[in-house]
Every structure is written in C-alpha cells, then in structure tokens.
Write a protein that binds this ligand. Structure first.
Ligand code: TIU
Length: 219
C-alpha cells in the first residue's frame, strides 16, 4: 500500500481510493475586498499558499486522483444563508452586499470564484456549499461514495474554520483524512498551529498531517 510519512504516524492509503478536496480557494478569501477582508483580516498569508496548492493540484492531476474543489457561497436570494450567519459580527460588508468583486460570498459573482491559478479543470468537481463544513447541505458524501473514495487529502482555507470543520465531518463519516500542512493557511498563524496539533493529537483523533514534500512522492 502507498504510504505518506505523516504525523502522528504513517498514513497508508489504498491505490485508487484516495481523493483530494481543495477547500474554498476563492477570491473572496484570497484577495483584498472579499469576504475575508470584510471580516477585518489581512489576506496576504492566504495568497502566499496559492503556488504550493497548485503544486499539489498538479501532482494529484498527474496521479489521476479525483479532485473536488469547494466554494463557500450562497444563492443570490440568500435563501440558503441562515440569519445567524448573515448577521454575525460587525463586518464592513455583509454577505450579499455589493463589493469590489461583486456581491460578497454570492454564487456566480467574481469574488466567489476560485482564484484563476487553481481553477478546476474539466472532469474535476466544483461543489458550492452554504456552510463551513462541505458535508452540510451538500451531496458530498454521495459523490465520494460513488467515486469509491475512502481516503482524503485536504488543502485550502482557512485551516481552523472550513478545513477543520470539513475534516471533522469526514472523519465522523469514516474517511481517513490527511491535511497537507503547507497547502492550508489561516488569517491567524497561532490558530493554524493549534488546528494542526488538534487534528493529529491523541493518535490522529481527527486525522494526519504532512508537508507537500512528503505527499508528492507517495502519489
Ligand atoms: N473566516 C474564516 O476564517 N473562514 C471562513 O469564513 N470560511 C472558510 O474558512 N472558508
């Protein structure tokens, strides 16, 4: 069985049953003027991982892994956005408000799109999701089951919000999950560190982590 030199111990995966999920590498989180910035965040650390995520994507494509890209976004009428999410906090622009990249976090607007460097290729799945977790209110579990996937690589943003939530959802559904350490980022470096520690603590209570350099050779 192929194996990745990971923490807290080696991550083995059956060939043909490994998929890649790239979480929310959208302009709304990566570029100034989007959702991430309206929440008061400096987006530069997020933009910095784009080339590394691209190298992971290229490796997964060469290995013919099924690839799923997610986008956190809502219907234009906001019918899939609970009031608790819409009114939370004091953002400079709320979900649905017009911003420099169109309406904030709305499907079909330029800001909701994946950054061009990481755009999906034909045959790859693009999954729009209204929640932080990619299993909530989507058909992701059925998609993965239909593809025969039992093991998942994770990349994307932000580590402690959408990535960690989705990994926990996947873990509870029985998937074996590995987060690629340098292909994920947070607006808060200490939260990224803590999320990686939480995931692999207690003998991989949520999953495994490994840097890209340890993942690519195994693909
Ligand atoms: N705010 C924040 O850190 N993240 C999100 O709102 N969404 C995702 O993580 N994609």
């Amino acid at each position: 069985m192929p194996v990745i030199d990971a923490q807290p111990y080696a991550f083995e995966f059956p060939a043909g049953k490994l998929g890649l999920i790239v979480i929310d590498m959208q302009r709304d989180f990566v570029e100034p003027g989007g959702f991430g910035a309206t929440l008061g965040n400096d987006v530069r650390p997020i933009a910095a991982i784009v080339p590394t995520v691209r190298r992971l994507l290229d490796g997964a494509r060469a290995a013919r892994l099924p690839i799923i890209h997610t986008r956190e976004c809502h219907r234009p009428d906001l019918s899939d956005c609970p009031p608790a999410k819409l009114t939370r906090g004091k953002p400079s622009l709320r979900i649905g408000d017009p911003g420099p990249m169109g309406r904030i976090l709305i499907s079909g607007e330029p800001g909701a799109d994946i950054v061009p460097e990481l755009a999906a290729l034909p045959g790859e799945i693009v999954l729009d999701k209204p929640g932080k977790g990619a299993f909530h209110a989507t058909s992701l579990n059925k998609m993965l089951t239909d593809l025969g996937i039992t093991h998942l690589l994770f990349a994307g943003v932000t580590t402690e919000v959408c990535v960690q939530t989705t990994m926990r959802e996947a873990n509870d559904r029985g998937y074996e999950c590995l987060l690629v350490e340098d292909c994920t980022e947070s607006y808060f470096p200490e939260f990224k560190r803590a999320a990686l520690d939480m995931i692999r603590a207690q003998g991989a209570i949520v999953g495994w982590t490994a840097p890209l350099a340890k993942v690519l050779p195994a693909l």
